[in-house]
Design a binder for this molecule. Structure first.
Ligand SMILES: NC(=O)CC[C@H](N)C(=O)O
Length: 308
C-alpha cells in the first residue's frame, strides 16, 4: 500500500471542500484561525511517517489532550481513578452539565469536559498547578520525541477569560466533593492542557504507543501496559467524539479523539497512529473535513477495527 499516495489523494480530493464546517468561536482565540487549512499525518508502527497538506502547522489540540492527561493520571493513581470518573458514553455535548446532578458529580467518562477536569484534579495531588502543567508538557514532548512542543499562552488566557461553562462544571463537582483542589487551580491545569499546540506530525507520533500495544516502537520503551493501551482505545472509540461517537464508529471505525481546534487523533491498532486537522467543525463539535478524511483513509486502507 502506498500510504503517501493515499494521503496526497485525500488532500487533493478535499481541496475544494476546505473551509467546510464552523470554526469554534466560544474561545475567542480559536475564532482567529484560518478555516481553509487541512493537514494529515500517519506514523506507522514500523516508525515511518507520512504527511500531506498543512501537516507541519501547529494547531490547538484542545480535547485531544484529554487522552494524554488520562494516560498520565492512570500512571499516577491507577484504577482508583475510576472511583471518580465513569466509563460510559454520555450521549451529550462535551460541555454538558445535565447528567452531573443525577449522577452525584461523577462525570460519565474522562473525555467530556467534566471528566477531564476531574482527571486534572487527580494529577494536581501534591503539586502546584505550574508543576502539574510542566509534568504534562514533558510527558507529551517525550511521547512525540519533540521538545519544541509548547503551550499557546494566548489560547489558555482566552479560555480562562471565557470558560464560564467549565467554571460551572468544576464548581458543581466540587459541591459533590469530586474535586479536591481549588477550582481555579484545577481549571488552570485544564485550560493549559487544552492549549497545547501541536502539528499533525507531532500528534500522530505522540499517539503511536496506543497503536503499538502501549510501547513506543521507535524509542523502544514501554509507555503503558498492553491492557491499559487497549482500554484507552476502547474509551476513545466509545466516548472520543461526545454525542458523535456512534457516528464516528459507524463511518470511520477507529478509536479517535477530537478537539474543538479541529484536530482528530485516530488509532489503527497494530498499524498506525493518525492525526488530521481542519478547523471547521460539524454540528456536534468535531472536525467536519477531518472526519471525512478519516473515513476515506479507513476505507482505503481497510484499517477499521470492525474489519476491512
Ligand atoms: N471539545 C473540546 O475540545 C473542548 C475543550 C475546550 N478547552 C473546552 O473546555 O471547552
Amino acid at each position: 500500500m502506498d500510504l503517501q499516495a493515499l494521503l496526497d489523494g485525500i488532500v487533493a480530493e478535499l481541496a475544494e471542500r476546505r473551509g467546510e464546517g464552523k470554526v469554534a468561536d466560544y474561545i475567542p482565540q480559536l475564532a482567529k484561525v484560518d478555516p481553509h487549512q487541512f493537514g494529515i499525518a500517519v506514523t506507522t508502527v514500523d516508525g515511518k511517517v507520512y504527511e500531506a497538506g498543512d501537516a507541519a502547522v501547529p494547531f490547538s489540540i484542545q480535547s485531544i489532550s484529554k487522552v494524554f492527561m488520562l494516560t498520565l493520571a492512570l500512571g499516577k493513581v491507577g484504577e482508583a481513578l475510576w472511583r471518580r470518573v465513569g466509563r460510559e458514553p454520555s450521549g451529550t455535548a462535551f460541555n454538558s452539565i445535565v447528567q452531573l446532578e443525577h449522577e452525584h458529580g461523577i462525570p460519565r467518562n474522562p473525555f467530556i469536559n467534566a471528566g477531564a477536569i476531574v482527571v486534572c484534579d487527580l494529577v494536581l495531588a501534591g503539586y502546584k498547578p505550574k508543576e502539574a502543567i510542566g509534568e504534562f508538557l514533558r510527558f507529551v514532548r517525550s511521547l512525540a520525541d519533540d521538545d519544541t512542543i509548547t503551550i499557546d499562552k494566548a489560547v489558555a488566557q482566552s479560555e480562562t477569560a471565557t470558560g464560564y461553562r467549565n467554571y460551572a462544571l468544576a464548581n458543581f463537582m466540587r459541591s459533590f466533593n469530586n474535586l479536591q483542589h481549588d477550582v481555579d487551580h484545577v481549571l488552570g491545569v485544564y485550560f493549559h492542557q487544552c492549549a497545547l499546540a501541536m502539528t499533525c506530525r507531532q500528534l500522530s507520533r505522540a499517539g503511536l504507543f496506543l497503536a503499538a500495544r502501549g510501547a513506543d516502537p521507535i524509542g523502544g520503551y514501554s509507555v503503558v501496559s498492553e491492557k491499559r493501551a487497549r482500554r484507552i482505545n476502547a474509551l476513545m472509540l466509545t466516548c472520543g467524539h461526545y454525542d458523535g461517537s456512534g457516528d464516528f464508529a459507524f463511518h470511520v471505525g477507529l478509536p479517535g479523539k477530537s478537539g474543538v481546534g479541529g484536530g482528530i487523533m485516530a488509532i489503527a491498532p497494530g498499524k498506525a497512529s493518525i492525526a488530521v486537522w481542519s478547523p471547521g467543525l460539524n454540528k456536534v463539535g468535531n472536525s467536519a473535513l477531518g472526519t471525512v478524511a478519516l473515513e476515506m483513509l479507513a476505507s482505503r486502507t481497510g484499517w477499521s477495527v470492525f474489519g476491512a
